[in-house]
Design a protein around this ligand. Structure first.
Ligand SMILES: Nc1ncnc2c1ncn2[C@@H]1O[C@H](COP(=O)(O)OP(=O)(O)O)[C@@H](O)[C@H]1O
Ligand SMILES: [Mg+2]
Length: 408
């Protein structure tokens, strides 16, 4: 059930999403908060400063951005704010009543820094309009976009329920059939959006909602991200906003011609997480997660959860091929295989694909934005080895010459 969130929860979530503290630090703070609640109550912000998990200036900045966003929400004409629904990597979502139609909606308030970028604002309205034209039972309906108090907002259908991420955090491992039922519906939502020339770019468990009556809804469709995805994943200080566990390699490379195949990768990564309860690539920080998306071979999901069929593993691996040429060409092809699996048959399209992932690094003309520490270390090691061999050869050669001269 989607509960309305209190201020402390909001503060904690945003502190994590913005990379100010770790999950563990927040867990410890919440435990301490609980134990002090009866004798000496304190708010989470002050406690986290006291424990040294966030600095005073970080905490104050976060507090004022939460308050400012709330003030802006109250200034949106035609809507009455009822409470907070949640906070994500870059925004706060409120529950509100749309006064004209007397219905409950969800309003997302974007961070102010987006409003300062005219290119972003243009895309925000363009993609918002495109999303407004979509009409699909598996897509959270876009209702309105606008600006109030210097903040841009996005009004959408309110979904009473939970996200797939909530289940995953609670430790759920979806059975193959359960996951297929959900992934098929999201794939249908994507097929509809792609047919209308709209790419989601941020398919992930947190953006898939399950309503209390069981409907599957893809959220944030048409919510334009930063100019490049890499920009969206990183803040000005190089701190990651939310860990990019589901991002496609070409989005990491900063390609501008992102197409539907990026969504196929994100959906494949989500599928992987659902049936294994593990993200495809885990690392300490965002840069390392991204490096792994680019270079590390995926552990097949049926190696982690042996109850999975070989077919489902093959489909996920094809969806997550590093080179988009090796993925399914479009979501319709994915649906053919997903439906085949659901009916207990082997995948058809994946069998025809040839996996040449290992040659991905040889792809030419692609600027890799992240400097790859591992590969430069490898090159250095190769240089060292070459120098060692050459100098040994020179030494042996010299020794032979000396011997020859001495023996004369
Ligand atoms: N349309 C909606 N209806 C109800 N709750 C929503 C809706 N959209 C988002 N939420 C809630 O708000 C939270 C934050 O959403 P968002 O800012 O998109 O971040 P993220 O997708 O990273 O979780 C979500 O996790 C969800 O719980
Ligand atoms: Mg979202």
């Amino acid at each position: 059930m989607t509960n309305e969130t209190n201020y402390d929860t909001m503060f904690g979530k945003m502190a994590i999403e913005q990379g100010l503290c770790t999950d563990e630090e927040l867990r410890r703070s919440l435990k301490e908060l609980e134990s002090r609640s009866k004798i000496n109550p304190i708010i989470l912000k002050d406690l986290m400063i006291e424990l040294g998990y966030v600095t005073r200036s970080q905490a104050e900045r976060l507090k004022s951005s939460i308050h400012e966003s709330k003030d802006a929400a109250h200034q949106i004409p035609g809507y009455k704010i009822l409470g907070k629904l949640g906070a994500g990597a870059m925004a706060i979502v409120y529950k509100a009543r749309q006064l004209s139609l007397n219905r409950i909606v969800a309003i997302k308030i974007l961070p102010k820094r987006f409003s300062e970028n005219p290119e972003y604002v243009e895309r925000f309205y363009k993609e918002g309009q495109a999303a407004g034209r979509l009409n699909h039972p598996n897509i959270v309906q876009a209702i309105d976009v606008g600006e109030a108090g210097g903040y841009h907002y996005f009004v959408m259908e309110y979904v009473e329920g939970k996200t797939i991420a909530d289940d995953l955090v609670a430790g759920k491992i979806f059975t193959e059939q359960e996951a297929l039922e959900i992934i098929i519906q999201v794939a249908k939502a994507l097929a509809h959006a792609h047919a209308c020339n709209l790419i989601h770019r941020d398919v992930k468990p947190k953006n898939i909602m399950i309503s209390t009556n069981g409907a599957v809804k893809l959220a944030d469709m048409g919510l334009a991200r930063g100019t490049t995805d890499i920009e969206a994943a990183q803040s000005e200080e190089g701190k990651a906003y939310g860990t990019p566990y589901y991002i496609a390699p070409e989005q990491i490379r900063g390609k501008i011609d992102i197409d539907g195949r990026a969504d196929i990768y994100g959906l494949g990564a989500t599928f992987y997480h659902m049936v294994t309860n593990r993200v495809p690539f885990m690392a300490e920080n965002s840069a390392d997660v991204m490096r792994k998306h680019l270079r590390e071979k995926l552990i097949p999901p049926d190696h982690i959860n042996t109850a999975l069929s070989a077919g489902v593993s093959e489909v996920i691996e094809t969806m997550m091929a590093k080179r988009r040429e090796n993925r399914y060409n479009n979501v319709e092809e994915v649906l053919v295989d997903l439906e085949s699996l659901r009916d207990g048959k082997p995948p058809i399209v994946a069998h025809r694909k040839f996996d040449v992932d290992d040659f991905a690094q040889l792809e030419e003309g692609e600027a890799v934005e992240i400097t790859d520490k591992n590969s430069s270390e490898e090159t250095l090691a190769q240089y060292r080895m070459a120098i060692l061999i050459l100098s040994s050869a020179a030494a042996i050669f010299l020794l032979i010459i000396i011997l020859l001269i001495a023996l004369r």
